[in-house]
Design a protein around this ligand. Structure first.
Ligand SMILES: NC(=O)c1ccc[n+]([C@@H]2O[C@H](COP(=O)([O-])OP(=O)(O)OC[C@H]3O[C@@H](n4cnc5c(N)ncnc54)[C@H](OP(=O)(O)O)[C@@H]3O)[C@@H](O)[C@H]2O)c1
Length: 277
């Protein structure tokens, strides 16, 4: 698999494997182990998914050397602030059964609708990530679900985010925050690259997939790669996991890319300033 390079020079495999909604326990352990065996060497985890220990077991059972794997964690909203973030990070390390992470993200920004001092809270959480980075416990740091108003205050920080993980898929292009991230060499990771599965029912997408002799999921993943995004797809099904990696031998034409950009009706589009969590 090819890699992207983060603004600090760290390599990151260009397709990642998601673990949200993967049931904790045996299903998750098996899924992660299988994904690694099939060639996913980049795993996207988060404390709030409630399955970090199973993800850690799956990694261990796969027998992969730790340095062959790119492992991401995220600090959840209830752990914002300096001290809580450091403690959440240590628990994540313990549950994933590792002594470092490759990438640690702020899962959602504190927003002006929730807190009067939202900007200070985001800075404090960011300072904790910065110290973890400087101490060598994490190789890269970033944010998730940050739009322009949340990201801008961090652009004059000592260390600038290296990644922003956003909902990105056909019909969800987030043009404003994408252009700000590009301006600052912040890699865009695409969560829900298959629109959480719902997108795969789109008639237009199915017709296009047939035209290319590919599956709708492969078209979504390729669309992300052609935009320079890093897709994080999730499946617990071995055949789908395998197929979702087979996107090398074709190219989506420019006019079809533009049609996919404006596909309507499949965006969750959770606004970080309005979410109730
Ligand atoms: N930072 C954030 O706030 C945030 C938010 C959401 C997600 N994420 C991350 O992004 C990852 C991916 O996003 P996601 O889980 O929302 O959704 P996704 O990858 O867009 O879609 C997953 C859904 O599609 C199905 N699927 C996968 N491959 C398929 C295929 N080839 N054909 C048919 N169906 C297929 C899966 O079912 P099966 O498992 O049954 O195959 C599952 O229901 C998450 O797991 C998580 O790591 C981050």
């Amino acid at each position: 698999m090819k890699n992207y390079e983060l603004r600090n020079g760290v390599s990151i495999p260009e397709i990642g494997y998601g673990t949200w909604k993967t049931p904790d326990g045996e299903t998750c352990e098996k899924a992660v182990e299988t994904a690694i065996r099939l060639g996913y060497h980049h795993i996207d985890a988060a404390m709030v998914y409630g399955n970090e220990e199973s993800v850690g077991n799956g990694i261990k059972n796969s027998g992969i050397a730790r340095e062959e794997l790119f492992l991401t964690g995220k600090v959840w909203n209830s752990d914002r602030g300096y001290g809580r973030t450091i403690r959440a990070f240590e628990k994540t390390l313990k549950d994933l059964q590792t002594d470092y992470l490759d990438l640690y993200l702020i899962h959602w920004p504190a927003s002006p609708n929730q807190y009067r001092c939202w900007e200070a809270l985001n800075r404090e959480t960011w300072e904790a990530l910065t110290d973890l980075y400087k101490s060598g416990k994490v190789r890269a740091i970033g944010v998730s679900n940050f739009r322009r108003n949340h990201l801008t205050p961090l652009l004059d920080a000592e260390v600038i985010p290296m990644v922003n993980q956003l909902e990105l898929h056909p019909g969800m292009v987030q043009a404003d925050i994408v252009s700000l991230c590009r301006e600052h060499q912040i890699l865009l990771e695409a969560y829900s690259p298959l629109g959480n599965g719902k997108l795969l029912n789109s008639k237009e997408l199915s017709e296009m997939a047939e035209h290319y002799g590919k599956t709708p999921a492969q078209i979504c993943i390729k669309w992300n790669l052609q935009h320079g995004f890093l897709p994080l797809s999730k499946s617990v099904n071995e055949d789908r996991m395998r197929a979702n990696l087979e996107v090398e031998n074709f190219e989506i034409a420019e006019e079809d890319m533009r049609k996919l950009d404006v596909l309507e009706g499949f965006a969750d589009g959770n606004d970080p300033d309005k979410v109730p969590f």
